[in-house]
Design a protein around this ligand. Sequence first.
Ligand code: PMP
Length: 410
Amino acid sequence: MNAPAVAIDWNAVRADFPLLTREVHGKPLIYFDSANTGQKPEAVIAAVDDFYRRHNANVSRAVHALGTEATEAYEGARTKLAKFLNVRADELVLCSGTTFALNLVAYSWALPRLRPGDAIVLTRMEHHANIVPWQLVAQRTGATIKVAEIDELGQLDLPQLYSLLTPEVKLLALTHVSNVLGTVNPVREICREARKRGIVSLIDGSQAAPHRALDIAAIGCDFYAITGHKMNGPTGTGALWARREHLAQMPPFLGGGEMIKEVRFEGTVFNDAPHKFEAGTPNIAGFVGLGAAVDYLSALGMSHIEAREQALLDYATRALSEVPGLRIFGRAPEKAAVISFLVEGAHAHDLATLLDLEGVAIRSGHHCAHPLMHHFGVPATCRASLAYYNTFDEVDAFVAALTKVRTLLA
Ligand code: PMP
């Protein structure tokens, strides 16, 4: 991470987010659930609004002016996103989010390839979206799933992971950043090890893309999935990046309009990638909004965002460590601003409900990571996830509220 080159007025940045000015239960909202979904700046809301007010039409079909504008706006978003991720635009499939992206790889790449005896390697810290599609593939192909474990800090046990990468492994699928532990995995090194052994690698970048500069080309993976709503863009937007050679070989996942060159009853000629994987009318306005979100993040600078969130994380971790009976899950040195915790004697949902009454929005539950909860032997944790638009004062208010409600539950 590079040191910030310029000072940013983070209060002015926060003022770009209209929702953050509202109250909840008569208290100023403290939104600490950005790992669940990010809030949207005015620029994103305005871009979606402007699209529907002035440019709304379908893409790729109409030759009229609005159709051209809509197509340019949609393809423009692809170009912006590709630049943001440092990949080629024609290798970027636009889709509804990470869940779709991972299922696309599962059904279109893995299902036709995997055979009985083959194996897929996952990690203990995967989100269900990066587990269940592989279980469905395994059930249908006879492949098996092997799991890389974590150490006491919540980091991947790399020697154990590498020991799993045996010749029958065809795919290694892992998250870049854990949505529960905040752990940032050394994906570049891991993908290099996979590639050396001829294993295809897939990275779930849902929790990485909103928080750090990404250079997917440098990571050296085969597939990388992102979701737009965690990047301050609209829900129902996301993308799969895949190496061109994979996209060329993969059959379409969904059939329909937009993904074809010519259809006859005798057979269909499919469009080229990435359009071959984008059947039907896409979320055009959503991608216009995501393009605006990418512009917004780029203007702030991802290195500034990362530094700001790191400072908030360090401050919040120190403050929470002072709360009696509080246990933090995940203390990796390389960590994003996600803090999962439990307080002795208090159920996670009770804590989150009482904090909500204080205006503090945190998540409680299994965070779509049952295997990780089993590992820790708990049904649920609380999770405070911070973003650059949060403040140190909010951290103080959150810790004060937590200290107060903790005594109610003790
Ligand atoms: N992977 C991770 C690590 C996530 O945090 C999430 C969202 N919670 C997903 C996948 C799924 O993303 P989406 O629901 O946007 O497809």
